[in-house]
Design a protein around this ligand. Structure first.
Ligand code: SIN
Length: 304
């Protein structure tokens, strides 16, 4: 079998498969299905400085090939994560990535201080949540603000690598990728969800209470592959690719487009073993192609 180890911005993972933030909680429920140490990494539910209840329901709806969510960053806050959830996650032989969103650059800085001290393996800086008014997407659609948040995170993250999560809801994602690379980001992750809307034709009401939400699931995979390819050609920092991954071939596509590692998200809601199956499917493809290491897939696309 090929060597499945990959190195994402200095963080060595036993395999390239991470579970995406917001689709795995803090791992407790999935731990009833499999040993979390099977995963390359766990990206925990997005954290804010203070606890948040999130947006009013309904806040999740199905789409033809995925879901629309407007969760609104429900979470217990960074201090509760450090005290109650991180010790649980630390029991497993896997990398722990904390995902953070702030209302101001200063809030990102404070959270990075706390998480660096707590000893997470990586910090994913979310500048791409489409479901909150302050922060979130506001930072992810302007190169200058994206750079400001990245600089703040880097200043406070100590030796912990900083990965910035990019939004697909922009005209040119490479502009934001280049801005955060210039500001010192160690890696980028993409894509977050694509803004969408559904309407109940009988009530004439949007199906989500917030009217719009973020779309994820298999329908977005081709958008993710295209954007990972564009970003890989624009920056030299590594990429965690995600968006609609449900099987090994999907992960292989994102790696061929330029991703070093791949996150599995929405498909976990339909199949709690999805990430394990993706890992095994990816290993089988690398084996079939006679690769010594799965990392040989990264950037291997041969465009016409
Ligand atoms: C949410 O909690 O609204 C989703 C988080 C995100 O899309 O970044």
């Amino acid at each position: 079998m090929p060597d499945m180890k990959v190195n994402l911005a200095g963080m060595t993972m036993k395999n390239p498969i991470v579970v995406a933030s917001g689709t795995f909680g803090f791992g407790r429920e999935y731990n009833e299905f499999f040993d979390l140490g099977e995963l390359g990494g766990i990206c925990a539910k997005g954290l804010t400085l203070l606890p948040r209840e999130g947006n009013p329901a309904p806040r999740i709806a199905e789409t033809p090939m995925g879901i629309l969510n407007s969760v609104g960053l429900q979470n217990p806050g960074v201090d509760a994560f450090v005290k109650e959830e991180l010790p649980f996650l630390r029991q497993f032989d896997t990398k722990v990535i904390a995902n953070i969103s702030g209302n101001t650059p200063e809030e990102y800085g404070i959270m990075c201080d706390k998480l660096a001290e707590a000893g997470v393996d990586m910090i994913e800086v979310n500048i791409s949540c489409p479901n909150v008014k302050a922060g979130g997407l506001a930072y992810g659609t302007r190169p200058d603000l994206a750079a400001e948040v990245t600089e703040m995170a880097k200043k406070h993250a100590g030796n912990v690598p900083v990965m910035v999560k990019l939004s697909p809801n922009v005209t040119d994602i490479t502009e934001i990728a280049k801005a955060v690379e210039g500001a010192g980001a160690d890696a980028v992750s993409l894509i977050n969800t694509i803004r969408g809307m559904r309407i109940d034709v009988n009530t004439r009401r949007p199906v989500l209470k917030m009217n719009t939400g973020g779309m994820s699931g298999p329908a977005v995979l081709p958008v993710a592959v295209r954007m990972v390819w564009e970003v890989a050609n624009a920056v030299s920092i590594p990429i965690l690719g995600m968006g609609g991954v449900a099987k090994g071939e999907d992960a292989a596509q994102l790696m061929l487009a330029g991703a070093t590692a791949v996150a599995v998200g929405t498909s976990l809601f339909a199949d709690p073993y999805a990430a394990i199956n993706v890992r095994d499917g990816l290993a089988a493809i690398a084996d079939r192609q006679g690769l010594a290491s799965v990392g040989e897939l990264t950037g291997g696309v041969q465009p016409w």
